[in-house]
Design a protein around this ligand. Structure first.
Ligand SMILES: *[C@@H]1O[C@H](CO)[C@@H](O)[C@H](O)[C@H]1NC(C)=O
Ligand SMILES: *[C@@H]1O[C@H](CO)[C@@H](O)[C@H](O)[C@H]1NC(C)=O
Ligand SMILES: [Zn+2]
Length: 430
């Protein structure tokens, strides 16, 4: 009965209250997300040509140069081009399927269910919806105000468009010299589950501090630096204008295209394989390393605190993977055994929640080669544990992960991050 009622409510909402039909001015109407699986080098050649002729928004992998035989290629295609693209694929017998038949409809369905959720009390923040930047910032101030003994909020600089770059420091203040863990979310604007997770994690920490002795131990012995929204300008833009924006929003003085990939702009093998020199590409590495004020601010902060910071974590989506260095080359890191063990523990802690499997390993071999990434930079700068999470899902919704999956995704990921943090309390000697 309850299910039926809920169903009716959602129908009512969908049929009679087409909320937000003007979402992003309807710009994604008829757009589709396709999954293409090329099975030969000839097919890959053809895809390169096709994607060149029919500009597409590549969801996975992040650049056409990273397409290999058998890899899953998820592309978001504009309404006018889907017919042509599918016809070409069919002619060439290239295997493909439709992941999202209408991007605009999917987004409106999600926005509809959002507005039909019962409003919680004004003072209770809803962690199971995505929030625009202003709300996340108000939430940070509220956390800072209501938990002065555990939380400290400060800014480490300003974004390209002048927004403060806020970081929350969590930890029991009593002890002075403590190890620390850094975690950033939302380096890529369209990966909305990232900021949702950082907020969820902060709530978990402050709420469980009272009754959970293992959390208390973590907070007594560690400081957590949490940056809920790394790429603030891009995140804001993804809410206001282009839901699938990835990069920062910096201007280029020679090209009309804006933005730099915040995960290709770090000073480590900068702009080599898996990064693009072209400002219009989604993996543009920028005019020089740390050209982006957001990257520069975080790099400066981590350099300054490198003695204490023992773990660096960057939250991304999507692929369901836990990645560690190297990204830019196929080689084994010196402390491989320690890092591999930590990854293994994290992934099995994650699995223990709902049985969701994550692949794990060096980023280069597990996902793809990329240069100028934050985990490689953190590692090279002396942070022994550097991880990038690619959260849910594996492409069914991709960047449009519904809000109904926030809770499960964040619950399991919290277990994984806690496992990594707990590991820092023990010395690894292998
Ligand atoms: C791409 O465009 C070029 C030039 O218009 C054309 O010769 C080529 O056949 C096109 N390739 C595909 C795969 O559409
Ligand atoms: C956070 O709270 C502290 C007091 O506990 C205050 O000094 C600090 O300015 C606050 N941070 C921000 C960004 O307002
Ligand atoms: Zn990402």
């Amino acid at each position: 009965m309850a299910v039926l009622l809920a169903l009716c409510a959602s129908l009512y909402c969908a049929v009679f209250q087409p909320v937000d039909t003007q979402l992003y001015s309807n710009r994604y109407e008829g757009d589709q997300v396709l999954r293409i699986i090329p099975s030969s080098h000839e097919e890959i050649q053809l895809l390169h040509q096709l994607f060149h002729n029919v500009t597409v928004d590549l969801w996975q992998p992040s650049s056409t140069s990273l397409i290999h035989v058998g890899s899953l290629v998820d592309v978001h295609v504009g309404q006018k081009k889907t017919r042509h693209l599918k016809a070409c694929l069919q002619l060439a017998h290239i295997h493909h399927e439709v992941l999202i038949p209408d991007v605009q409809t999917e987004m409106e369905k999600q926005a509809g269910s959002r507005s039909s959720r019962k409003r919680r009390s004004e003072f209770q923040y809803d962690y199971e919806v995505y929030h625009p930047l202003e709300e996340i910032q108000s939430w940070m101030f509220e956390m800072n105000r209501t938990h002065p003994h555990l939380v400290d909020l400060f800014s480490i600089g300003r974004s390209y468009e002048g927004r403060p770059l806020y970081v929350l420091k969590l930890g029991n203040r009593k002890r002075l010299k403590k190890k620390a863990m850094w975690m950033d979310c939302g380096a890529h604007a369209r990966e909305w589950i990232g900021p949702a997770f950082c907020q969820w994690f902060v709530r978990e920490v402050v709420n469980s501090y009272q009754h959970d002795s293992s959390m208390r131990r973590l907070m007594n012995q560690l400081n957590f630096y949490i940056m809920p929204v790394f790429n603030v300008d891009g995140y804001h833009y993804s809410w206001k204008t282009d839901r699938f924006w990835r990069k920062t929003r910096s201007k280029n003085h020679r090209y009309y295209c804006r933005g730099v990939d915040a995960n290709r702009n770090w000073k480590v093998k900068w702009c080599d394989e898996g990064a693009s020199l072209h400002p219009c590409d989604d993996t543009y590495c920028g005019p020089f390393p740390e050209s982006e004020p957001e990257v520069k601010a975080v790099a400066r902060f981590l350099r300054k605190h490198r003695k204490h910071v023992k773990a660096y974590i960057s939250i991304h989506a999507y692929a369901q993977m836990l990645l560690y260095p190297y990204s830019y080359k196929y080689a084994t890191i010196p402390n491989f055994n320690c890092v591999e063990t930590a990854a293994q523990n994290a992934v099995s802690a994650l699995y223990s929640a709902f049985g969701v499997r994550y692949r794990y390993g060096p980023a280069s071999t597990t996902l793809y080669v990329s240069s100028g990434s934050s985990i490689d930079w953190a590692y090279k700068n002396g942070i022994p544990y550097a991880f990038a999470f690619e959260l849910r899902d594996t492409g069914h919704y991709g960047f449009l992960l519904p809000e109904t999956l926030i809770s499960a995704t964040c619950t399991e990921t919290t277990r994984a991050v806690r496992a990594i943090a707990s590991g820092l309390l023990h010395k690894c000697t292998s």
